[in-house]
Design a protein around this ligand. Structure first.
Ligand code: GLN
Ligand code: ZN
Length: 760
């Protein structure tokens, strides 16, 4: 019999119970016991849901109050010394301290989990790092489930992934892999203890198999699993996910373990070949249900992959699963009362996906639920042919695009002279990245308007007053290029998505981003188009209040797509092109409305990079093309800005140059301009605004500090192509620190300007 299994269930709760519980605890409003009880209630609910759905294998330790990598660090006693850990039990408060920092210790770094929008806490390694069994969460949760009558398969991050995702934090340049000898014995101990507790299987997550692995990594994996395989009375299910195995296939299928899980969604093409090469006893877990998108599975297509694998592996050795943990999906469709029925019909969140897994497991056994199959077939057909998805207008427009649409009329040099004639900016012009503080007033007015407590016209008046104040403030400070402040926006993607056709929004479709921070990504379900202008009203109004140039402010096409659940019925490159056309129309409308400069933010440009190097060029091609298409419709004299909230550009600088924005602003203040290196080395041809004000901190930088930073930038880049701006938008800051910081920034620019114009 094939088994229906799961790799992990969303931990946040149907109504964000986890967020409420953890934040109440952090705020000192509830006790640790109360928090623990909330966690237990969530786990109990989640196990019960999975059991009721008919799963044969249910995971434990997939729950976390913050993050699974962090839990792993605690379990392994891998706690940086600054947290004053005494070597005893590494519990929840220690984990929170590591995640959030304390008065005396800065938090561990956080970064993106592969190519998802989930963030994990980065393990820290030093030459003297040791590991010791220090946590008990995995054992406690296994026992807790047993007491509830649910025999679970505990989940751990595998050793290869744990080492690969950590960073060497002591500057020693040590080889992380050399830690394997210290690490593996603790894994052995953990497995032995789970075996003694009565666990018969353990799932080891090894998504590193979807990455390019070095030879040394492969050797480490070989040795590590040879050691883990020695543990008696426990079977290991090693889970690869987030992509194809490709050249790692031989290593993976050769692991001396009882079970192997593969991502048969992204890796559908490989599945049968892998099935053919696994050992004669090995259990194959087929991840046929997409764990990170929200569409119903095409069950007929999934069954074809299944059949191809069944031809090579006996059904008894098959498990059916989601491709990866369902952590990256919202919890349930049950509360989505505002989505149209047609769209609702196409969706499956985590709970609904469990049903698909059970269906497939039964189908593998020859018990096809024909009603379910027929219904799914009808849904797939309806979705494919739905008028909601297809717009002839959009398709015709995309079809008619020519290479000229992806190009500005002239090259940068010719544009720059026209722009400088039009804008008449001083040397080192000052500007900001877009948003100003979203004060309680701003958020309250937006909420009141949304709930109908504030009329459209009153809200209008309110927003105009905010813009007026922002304009006056910037004029008084002496800014050269102004922004309107983005007071009308909740979020840089949601605001635009709500105004575009082809986008849908859920009520409670939350997904954990990090800790208690969740996001509610929009769903791009159909051809995207812009029924009417989205920002022109505000930008035009703002420009009417000043003689200084006002910068129009938009989110770029790549970011719009990257931070959404995207269509799976066409490639991302096609979806992004449609979004680019909508943004292009907005840019042209802004130009027509009198905006001489328009910024198009691409905060998610870099994070869209595929996991494998071999796939980068293809991505960079369509991503840069999308930006160029969005920006390509304006006159030479209109200045296009872009902004990216980071500065690791070394490996993509060529693509950044290909985007051909007239000016790019980036984050550089914390690295003391070191991160400009890529731009210097590459001889970046256009204008750059290296951030001089770290907006992640409430600290007000002094004039001197910012002058020093600017000076540094001016040493390595042509001064006439330098801008002066903060690292990023200011929406999360308060006016109390923003005002003096911006005033200092403008003063720093003035000082340097004086100095450089004297020396000529
Ligand atoms: N214009 C946006 C803002 O200032 C940019 C935000 C971002 O890059 N994340 O808020
Ligand atoms: Zn930013």
């Amino acid at each position: 019999m094939a088994k229906a299994t799961n790799l992990g269930f969303p931990r946040i709760g149907e109504r964000r119970e986890l967020k409420k519980a953890t934040e109440a605890y952090w705020a000192g409003e509830s006790s640790l016991d109360a928090l623990r009880a909330s966690g237990a209630a969530l786990r109990r609910t989640n196990w019960a849901k999975q059991k009721a759905a008919g799963l044969d294998v249910i995971p434990s330790n997939d729950f976390s109050f913050y993050d699974g990598m962090l839990d792993m660090a605690c379990l392994l006693g891998n706690v940086p010394s600054r947290f004053d850990w005494n070597g005893g039990h590494a519990g929840l408060d220690l984990a929170f301290a590591m995640a959030r920092g304390t008065d005396t210790a800065i938090a561990c770094e956080m970064t993106k989990w592969f190519d998802t929008n989930y963030h994990y806490l980065v393990p820290e390694f030093r030459a003297d790092t040791t590991f010791t069994l220090a946590g008990s969460k995995v054992f406690d949760e296994f026992a807790e489930a047993e007491r509830l009558g649910i025999h679970t398969r505990p989940v751990l991050i595998g050793p290869a992934t744990y080492l690969a995702l950590g960073k060497v934090a002591d500057g020693s340049g040590m080889d992380k892999l050399s830690l394997a000898d210290r690490l593996i014995p603790v894994y052995v101990e953990i497995l032995e203890r789970l075996a003694a507790q009565g666990a018969d299987w353990v799932q080891l997550d090894e998504p590193v198999f979807a990455l390019d692995l070095s030879e040394a990594q492969c050797e480490m994996i070989d040795a590590a699993y040879a050691a883990l395989a020695q543990v008696k009375d426990i079977r290991l299910m090693v889970a690869s996910y987030f992509g194809e195995l490709r050249d790692n296939q031989v290593l993976f299928t050769g692991l001396p373990v009882a079970g192997l899980h593969i991502d048969a969604v992204r890796g559908a093409k490989e599945a049968a070949a892998i099935a053919a090469t696994i050992g004669p006893e090995t259990v194959l877990s087929l991840g046929l249900v997409d764990g990170r998108n929200i569409w119903k599975t095409d069950l007929a297509a999934a069954r074809e992959t299944l059949a191809a694998c069944q031809a090579r592996v006996e059904t008894d050795r098959l498990e059916l699963a989601p491709a990866c943990s369902l952590l990256h999906c919202p919890v349930t469709l049950r509360n989505e009362t505002r989505l149209s029925h047609a769209i609702l019909d196409w969706l499956a969140f985590a709970e609904e996906k469990l049903g698909e897994i059970v269906f497939l497991a039964k189908a593998a056994d020859g018990q096809v639920d024909e009603m379910h199959a027929a219904d799914n077939k009808r849904v797939m057909h309806r979705r494919r042919h739905s008028e909601l998805i297809h717009s002839d207008l959009v398709k015709r427009r995309v079809g008619g695009l020519t290479p000229a649409d992806y190009r500005r009329r002239s090259g940068y040099a010719a544009r720059a002279s026209q722009q400088s004639a039009k804008l008449n900016l001083p040397l080192l012009p000052t500007t900001s990245i877009g948003s100003f503080p979203q004060t309680i007033d701003v958020r309250r007015a937006r909420a009141d308007h949304k709930k109908g407590r504030l009329s459209d016209s009153d809200y209008d008046v309110f927003l105009k007053r905010q813009i007026d104040d922002a304009v006056t403030l910037q004029e008084n400070m002496g800014f050269d290029m102004l922004v309107h402040g983005e007071f009308e926006r909740n979020d840089m993607v949601e605001y635009f998505g709500e105004k575009l056709e082809g986008y849908a929004f859920t009520r409670l479709g939350w997904v954990q981003s990090y800790g208690s921070r969740y996001v509610k990504p929009p769903i791009i379900y159909g051809d995207v188009q812009r029924p009417e202008a989205m920002t022109v009203k505000w930008s035009k109004y703002a420009q009417s209040r000043t003689d200084k140039p006002m910068k129009g402010m938009l989110t770029g096409p790549v970011t719009m797509v990257q931070w959404a659940f995207v269509r799976d019925d066409q490639p991302c490159s096609a979806t992004v092109r449609q979004v680019a056309l909508a943004i292009r129309d907005e840019i042209c409308d802004l130009e027509r409305a009198g905006l001489a400069a328009i910024q198009c933010d691409e905060a998610a440009f870099r994070e869209g990079l595929p996991l494998r190097r071999a796939d980068w060029d293809d991505y960079l091609d369509w991503a840069t093309a999308a930006f160029r298409l969005a920006a390509g419709g304006v006159a030479d004299a209109t200045q296009i800005h872009t902004h990216m909230c980071y500065s690791e550009f070394n490996d993509i600088i060529e693509a950044i140059a290909t985007m051909d924005a007239d000016c790019i602003s980036i984050e550089t203040s914390r690295s003391h301009m070191e991160l400009l290196d890529a731009f210097v080395a590459f001889d970046y041809p256009n204008e750059i605004g290296p951030g001089v004000y770290d907006i992640h901190s409430p600290r007000v930088p002094t004039v001197d500090e910012m002058t020093t930073l600017l000076d540094k930038a001016a040493q390595v880049l042509p001064i006439d192509r330098l801008w002066v701006n903060p690292d990023c938008g200011l929406k999360t800051r308060g006016w109390a620190e923003v005002k003096p910081a911006l005033a200092n920034m403008v003063e720093a620019a003035r000082r340097l300007r004086g100095r450089y114009s004297q020396t000529g």
